[in-house]
Ligand binder design. Structure first.
Ligand code: HEC
Length: 154
């Protein structure tokens, strides 16, 4: 019995070691190219600062990876958030959204931050710099709602 546990433990260890050679894909494009939200809409400096420090890692084409992203399976787990986040909202590809979709996404931005759903809790544990104050939330949500209203009025 004990031998079986030891063999299983060794097997698990070897699998983990082998996994280190299968690094997860990385999101290392350009955050602010010609299709980015900043290229087509006014984004005040303060709002821009909030987006870059708290949202770009999962909602742009450029993620700044922490060292532990090189440790698997952590890297794969992080990559899942980045992939899912960018599928829902990619600020680097905002120009490709129809006006209707852009409006919906902007209203969702206001809603998600006001409800405290974004940035993700698990992200905040290791990214203190991404925490939003009430003032940050009011600023970001106000900007997003105003921009949505402006797109609607066009
Ligand atoms: C650690 C990664 C991560 C960070 C950082 C992050 N998000 Fe997200 N976001 C996600 C993921 C994953 C989803 C999709 C699943 C979900 O809704 O939980 C998502 C979904 C969203 C959605 C929903 C889009 C839709 O149309 O349903 C909005 C809006 C959003 N995020 C805004 C933000 C904003 C604004 C910030 C910064 C203040 C932010 N997120 C930071 C990962 C992240």
């Amino acid at each position: 019995m004990r031998k079986a546990v030891r063999i299983a433990g060794l097997g698990l260890l070897l699998a983990l070691v082998a996994w280190q050679f299968v690094q997860s894909p990385r999101n290392t494009g350009v955050a602010e190219g010609p299709s980015s939200i900043v290229a087509i809409h006014p984004v005040p400096t303060e709002v821009h600062r909030i987006l870059t420090r708290a949202c770009y890692d999962c909602h742009s084409n450029s993620t700044k990876y922490p060292w532990y992203a090189a440790v698997q399976p952590v890297g794969w787990w992080l990559n899942r958030h980045v992939t899912d986040g960018r599928t829902e909202l990619n600020l680097s590809e905002f120009a490709a959204y129809s006006p209707k979709r852009a409006m919906r996404k902007l209203n969702n931005v206001a809603e998600e931050v006001q409800d405290g759903h974004m940035p993700l809790k698990s992200y905040l544990l290791l990214h203190g710099e991404a925490k939003l104050t009430d003032a940050d939330i009011a600023l970001l949500a106000g900007w997003a709602e105003d921009l949505a209203a402006e797109i609607k009025a066009r």
